[in-house]
Each structure stands twice: as C-alpha cells, then as structure tokens.
Design a protein around this ligand. Structure first.
Ligand SMILES: Cc1cc2nc3c(=O)[nH]c(=O)nc-3n(C[C@H](O)[C@H](O)[C@H](O)COP(=O)(O)OP(=O)(O)OC[C@H]3O[C@@H](n4cnc5c(N)ncnc54)[C@H](O)[C@@H]3O)c2cc1C
Length: 386
C-alpha cells in the first residue's frame, strides 16, 4: 500500500542513505562489526559526514534541524535495516533517539554548545543508562546515586544492558539524587569517558545484534561537575525520561515495521527462487497465503506507525499511544519474522541469511524500551483511569 508521509526531499534523502549503505555497510564491514561486537568509529563518522545522524540537532549546532520530524530518521531505519544491517541501525538509533534528544530538548545552552556539534558529526557518541542491575522495569528502584558536594556530585553504582555503552563518549545517566522513590528523587547527569572512577565493564554477549555493543558500566566515587546535570536542574530526571519515552517507543515501532517489511521482501524473493517438488515454493498455496498475510501485516504496521509519526510531528503523540505502538508493532514484527524464517526452511536458521539475523535481533524489541507487559500496564491503567 502506498505510504503518504514522504515527499521529494525524503526520497532524495533516501538516495543518500542508500549510497551510504552501498559504500560503508558492506557484508565485510558487517562481519567485522560482528567480530568486534561494535560498529567502528570510522563508520559513525562517515554517517555524520553524510548527514545520517544528528538529524534532530538544530542547524545552529551543525545538525539537520528536524526537531519533531521523525521521517528522515525513519528512512535511515528503513534503508539500513532493509539492507540487513540491524546492528548499524541500532548504533545510529541510540545516538539520535536516545542520547541527542536529552541535550536538544532538555539541555542547557552550555550543554548544547558543548556536545551537540560533536554529536552531529559522530565525534561525540552518546548512550542512555537507565537500567541498574537490580532495577529495569521498576526505574524508581534504581540505587545508582549521586550525592551533592561542592561544585557537583559524587556518583556511585552500576548500570547494565547499556546499548552503545562501550563505544559512547558520554552517557546520559539516570541517578538518584534524593531520598525515597518519589519522581523528584531522580536526576539525569552526563558521565564522560575518562572521568576518574568511571569504568566500562564487559561487553555483554547477546542473542542478536552481534555487531552492536551492549555493556555494563560502573561508577566509583566519580565526580560529576554541576554543569553536567541535564537542564541544570536537580530532581527532574524522571520527568525528563518520561518526556523522551514517546520518541523512544515510536522509534522501536519504526524499526519493527522496517524489519517486518525487509523480512517480507527477503521471503518473497526467496520463495520465488527456491524449488521443491518441481516448482518454486511460492507456487504452493500455503506459501502464497502466508505471503499475503505478511504483506498485509506490513501495510497495517506502516499505516499505524506513520500516523504515530504524524502525531509526534505535532507534539501530540501521548506516552500511552507510543506504548501501544511499541507493543503492537513488535509483536507483529515477531510474527512476520517467524513466518519468514519458516518459509526459508533450513536456510532461515543460518545466520548467513539476513532473515535469521533479523529474527534474532527482533527478540529484544519486546523487551527493551520498556517490556511489552509494562507497555500494556501503562495503556490499561489509563483505560480504567488508575
Ligand atoms: C540488548 C539490550 C539493550 C538494552 N539497552 C538499554 C539501554 O540502552 N539503556 C537502558 O537503560 N536499558 C537498556 N536495556 C534494558 C532494558 O530496558 C530492560 O532489560 C527492560 O526494561 C526490562 O528490565 P529488566 O531486564 O530489569 O526486567 P524486569 O523488570 O526484571 O522484568 C522481568 C519480567 O517481569 C515483567 N514485569 C516487570 N514489571 C512488571 C509489571 N509491573 N507488570 C507485569 N510484568 C512486569 C517484565 O515484563 C519481564 O517479563 C537493554 C536491554 C537489552 C537486553
């Protein structure tokens, strides 16, 4: 089904992204990222140079100024995921959807001047660390804490599962700055690489996204200067996180739709080529019916996600609506990918094939960004007015 959200500028940008993928995201590169467990810096710098990151950074700081317009980011996701590079898409997404927004929307003028130009070029890579080893869904259970001292804070604690945690230069970190677990007991601070007492733990070995780092971080008496408090205000961390969650969750919906579309296309091509019982397997009625299901699901996913992007552009996408998008699209993604694997037969299980890698990558979409159970909890609470 034809989509309506893109105009000529978007399609011109799509060509730029396609060219970037052709030049910088080769199969050899992907294998290198998978061996290293991370996307190399040169690729991220090339992405900066070609304008694929920093899309929401205001022009005065060297970005594209697409502050509420997610369509260009969606094209990056579609093309990079569509070419079978889930890990690269993840690394680009962390920068633009999870790190940059905290500085663009909530940073002080000094924080914007200091970090945004480098974030637009890829010289400064960011990450977002909310999850403690003991608290993921229950963010108010976080115990990583920053105690006020003269001129700043002393940070102690640990974070885990942090995407791009090893490769990031700065980490927007959710910490406890007050007593109890009221929302105003938490703040966001920027932890910089090289700060004394800040250590990157091991890169975690994952089921999917093998070319994208996920790391543990630890903080032992790290001095955080006052100017690294996001927005310069203490006690706003929880509210700041809530403000960015619609974007984060919508972005997962976009990735889910892009992965489902890619899976459908890979499967369509494969089933037209693969022969069994003297005919292409696409000739079997079961295969054709499954392909019809996949194509229809992908169309509905995009219709829903495109509407979310329109609402986001008008600053009208609510946290609950974004949560609905997140849980519904990631579950449809899973079904489409599972069907794609099935129609590839044994080859669908072999990671040389993009369908197998995308299937493994997709599993975490139902877990991170808030689990799908927590998403349903948020949505249902609003329904019954709790
Ligand atoms: C690959 C990867 C990348 C990640 N990247 C980041 C990152 O960049 N930054 C970051 O901060 N975090 C990141 N995370 C962490 C992720 O957001 C958390 O794992 C997730 O929020 C779940 O938290 P948890 O693991 O503590 O699970 P738990 O909260 O312990 O949940 C365990 C189970 O209990 C269920 N559950 C919990 N509470 C409820 C409830 N109220 N109602 C019903 N069921 C409930 C959950 O749905 C889940 O099924 C990442 C995780 C992974 C695996």
């Amino acid at each position: 089904m034809q989509r309506k959200i893109y105009d000529e500028d978007h399609e011109a940008f799509r060509e730029v992204v396609k060219e970037f993928v052709r030049r910088y995201a080769t199969n050899e590169k992907r294998e290198q990222w998978e061996r290293d467990g991370e996307v190399d810096r040169a690729t991220m710098l090339a992405a900066g140079e070609q304008g694929l990151i920093g899309l929401s950074v205001p022009e005065e700081f060297g970005g594209a100024g697409m502050i509420q317009d997610y369509r260009f980011r969606a094209i990056v996701n579609e093309e990079v995921i569509g070419a079978g590079h889930g890990s690269l898409a993840g690394a680009l997404g962390i920068q633009d959807d999870l790190a940059v927004p905290y500085i663009v929307h909530m940073g002080t003028q000094a924080q914007k001047e200091k970090w945004l130009p480098g974030m637009a070029t890829g010289e400064v890579l960011g990450a977002l660390a909310m999850t403690d080893p003991g608290a993921g869904s229950d963010l108010r259970g976080v115990t990583t804490n920053a105690k006020k001292v003269d001129g700043g804070y002393i940070l102690n604690g640990a974070k885990t599962f942090i995407s791009s945690g090893k490769t990031a230069d700065i980490v927007v970190t959710f910490v406890k700055t007050g007593e109890g677990n009221r929302p105003d007991a938490f703040s966001l601070v920027i932890v910089e690489n090289g700060m004394e007492g800040f250590e990157h733990g091991k890169k975690l070995s994952k089921m999917g996204f093998h070319g994208w780092d996920t790391a543990e971080l630890s903080f032992t008496d790290v001095f955080i200067p006052e100017e690294n408090l996001i927005g310069g205000v203490e006690g706003h961390g929880f509210v700041q996180l809530m403000k960015n969650l619609p974007l984060e969750r919508m972005s997962i919906g976009v990735s889910a739709a892009a992965a489902a579309e890619a899976a459908y296309k890979w499967t369509l091509d494969y089933t037209k080529e693969r022969m069994a019982f003297g005919q292409p397997i696409a000739g079997f009625q079961n295969t054709r019916f499954r392909l019809a299901d996949m194509a229809t699901t992908v169309d509905v996913m995009w219709t829903y996600v495109d509407r979310a992007m329109e609402l986001y552009a008008e600053s009208k996408l609510t946290a609950e609506e974004a949560a609905q998008v997140k849980f519904w699209t990631t579950e449809r993604e899973w079904e489409v990918l599972d069907q794609g694997v099935q129609l590839h037969g044994g080859y669908g299980y072999i990671t040389e094939y993009p369908i197998a890698r995308a299937f493994l990558d997709a599993r975490v979409h139902r877990i991170y960004g808030g689990t799908n159970e927590v998403m349903r909890e948020l949505v249902s609470r609003q329904l019954i007015g709790k």
